[in-house]
Design a protein around this ligand. Sequence first.
Ligand code: HAS
Ligand code: CU
Length: 545
Amino acid sequence: MVDNFNKEDRFSRISILFSFVVLAVGGLFGIIQLLNRTPYFPKFIDASTYYLVLTGHGVLLAIAWTAFFIMGVGVILVTRETGLGVNSFLLNLSLILSLIGTLMAAAAILSGNATVLYTFYAPLYAHPIFYIGAALLIFGTWIYAVAIFQVYLRWRKLNPGKGAPLATLGVVTTLIIWLEATPILVIDVLKNFIPMSIYKMPVDALEARTLFWYFGHPLVYFWILPAIAFWYYGLPRLLGTKLFSVKMAKVAYILFILVSTPVGLHHQLVDPGASDIAKFIHVIFTYVVASPSLLTAFNVTATLIKAGRERGGKGLFGWIVKLPWDNPIFAAIGFSIILFGMGGISGIINASYVLNYVVHNTIWIVGHFHLTVATAATLTFMGASYLIIPMLFNKNIKSVYLARLQPYLWFIGMFIFSLAYHIGGVFGAPRRTYDVLYGGLIPKEWIYTLGIGAVGGIVFWVSGVIFIIQMLLTLSRGTRLSKQIDIKFTPMDYEVSRPSILDRLGIWIIIAALLIFIGYSIPLYDLYTRGLAPYPPISPFGGKV
Ligand code: HAS
Ligand code: CU
């Protein structure tokens, strides 16, 4: 056991502060594009700026904000729970590579040389710096993963008779999935995107998309799993109760490891090139990968009911009001869980082969991922910050009043925004389009849903601004903590009871590899036996590069 984590905390401070910077920039882009997509709101940007802003919003928030916050919090959870230090050389190397990579990609975007959206579909052309930056960020996260795995293996060796500690296992699970998914993305970037951007090499669009979505869906569990790990670890400590079932939590982690990856074709259900049988297999796996979230739903809700009852809650729903909704950390988690419930349901509808024809590439999808990554993950991360920032900087949160208000504003705004966007999607309102009036032919349903969505979007954007201001004020003017934060970070006995097959990660990783082979052998066989149809790169603004 080490008695101080100064070097690890320095890594977390830099990583989390950088994540707030990209959150602020990416969030500013969000309000710009929201207003631009509000019918009859005066246009104040042109089309190329809109797509630059949309690319910045997606890459900075979906990739950078999440990655840096997760890496920062991951180190805190793992060190406090295991009591072990992390290899500082590896941590610093990972941070330097990740920061350089992100700044390269951001520079390419902000200079208008990578207006390719966060999915950077080929043959849309971006400057090589964008792709090289993305590859460097991935390499940085791989080095981070090695550092965390080292701690996990050391803890297991030092504690032979104990099961894996829950938060650390959540971080390790996240990184296992990340290492399942990212190598293919790096192959795609090295084989297709960098040669396309440097030598203008033609690229097969279906191959590039299939390899991207091989990574693109497991990416979502890279986002949500740290939030779920925080729910499993933080809720019992916040509520002074026990998690309903540690075993169920570990089964959920294992299911994520097993089936996060062989599902990517559910993003390509309308693609002509992938075969029906391959899509069918991916849809089946998609329903399986929804199950660990349902297990989480049951586990965290049962824990909340227990805690609410232990606080005197009576009857079917009396437990809800007994929960500490005035605590910003709890309120953020509680609202994240509720909205993740809605986002999960829409995700399952996305995966329904036939319904996907209705919702694909509509603002329904925008509603879905604002409930998932933009709330279940992001609002949980904001709630966690009300605990972690005081811990890391030894300062009190500047305004408790604002801290209490912020999760409620986010919840109300996001509820309105996502519901309106889901409904607009059913009426066919498209996503990723600069103009929304269509020469005055815009259907009235689109006008109402985009307009109501804008109201919700502004409300949760204000909540985001309050969060950023809160962090700035706390860091610059927060008063010193009078006493250390007294949370029992090390595992509670029931959390690390006897090891079981659920702790044998090696077995599950081998089975996961088998399932990935089953899921991707057909589409990749089809692709490469049929022969590729490469197309030269085209500028996002039209015409050859
Ligand atoms: Fe998704 C598209 C299917 C989960 C993010 N998803 C996207 C895109 C993003 C994204 C960013 O099948 C757009 C990509 C692009 O730009 O094109 N998604 C799913 C399914 C799940 C799912 C089946 N998605 C996520 C998560 C994300 C995320 C998690 C980010 C963090 N998604 C799709 C599909 C598409 C898609 C297709 C492509 C659509 C298209 O055509 O382009 C599942 O993992 C969801 C499982 C979750 C549940 C909910 C569990 C409920 C819980 C709480 C309930 C408790 C309550 C009570 C309510 C089944 C945990 C609480 C009580 C209290 C008092 C607090
Ligand atoms: Cu997906």
